[in-house]
Ligand binder design. Structure first.
Ligand SMILES: [Zn+2]
Length: 251
């Protein structure tokens, strides 16, 4: 058993027994870790206020050899994720990013670059009208960091240049594909309108260019489905939230 410390944030939590919680943490040093927070649902628990989703905190954890779950010994808030509580669009985008982290990362594998990207993304939510485009830019970089090239300029299968217009994000190839490649492969993927293809390219640019929420939302869904397809996972709640937030919030 080892006592370790790291900055991190809760990306998922569920109740355990009468007073405990299992939290999934995204930490700077260790990547994704699941841990038990004992007694944190009791009134007056010192842990409770420090385990709100997506708040940045210092964690002290017992990591136990051969055990799935670590133990949270202490948590101390560094930076609250305030934007999330004040705006539905920011909340929906943050929730989707948290689910993406939870669904697409293996446990106990450090992802320091992705951690920095996540921090930047959460700070960008202070401008809620840009929440969905910011989520798309984060998702594209998350996919690239996790090893999916996410080719958006040329066909991911054959390398030819892609014309402007509608397109198809193919999951196995890991990017947009040209019409002949899409027709012959029959692989899982998501068709995108010309506006959403433009939003995807704008998000992949460095720095990302501004796009409209309603164009970015379908591209977010396509990138998240690509990641979940590779991990054999689904992202049900964030898909619904995002669709709702894009519908109420044309930017
Ligand atoms: Zn092709």
């Amino acid at each position: 058993m080892a006592l370790v410390k790291s900055e991190g944030m809760v990306v998922r939590r569920r109740d355990l027994g009468e007073a405990d919680r299992i939290v999934t943490l995204f930490t700077r040093r260790f990547g994704k870790i699941r841990a038990v927070a004992k007694g944190c649902r009791r009134p007056g628990s010192r842990l409770a206020g420090h385990l709100e989703p997506l708040n940045l905190a210092h964690f002290l954890l017992w990591k136990r050899d051969g055990r799935d779950l670590a133990l949270v010994r202490s948590a101390e808030l560094i930076e609250p994720c305030a934007a999330v509580t004040t705006d539905f669009r920011a909340f929906a985008a943050a929730q989707a990013a948290a689910e993406l982290i939870d669904a697409s990362l293996p446990e106990d594998e450090p992802q320091p670059r992705l951690f920095v990207l996540m921090q930047r993304f959460l700070r960008a939510l202070k401008t809620p009208e840009h929440a969905v485009p910011a989520l798309l830019a984060f998702s594209v970089r998350a996919a690239q960091t996790l090893g999916y090239a996410l080719t958006v300029d040329g066909c991911a299968a054959c390398g030819t240049g892609l014309p402007a217009g509608e397109g198809r994000l193919e999951f196995r190839s890991g990017g947009l594909v040209c019409a002949p490649c899409a027709d012959t492969s029959g692989a899982a993927g998501e068709d995108l309108t010309a506006a959403s293809v433009r939003a995807l390219r704008a998000a992949a640019a460095d720095p990302p260019r501004a796009t409209r929420s309603e164009d970015a939302a379908p591209a977010v869904r396509a990138v998240h489905r690509l990641l979940c397809w590779h991990q054999d996972r689904r992202l049900p709640s964030s898909e619904r939230l995002l669709a709702e937030s894009a519908a109420v919030a044309p930017a």
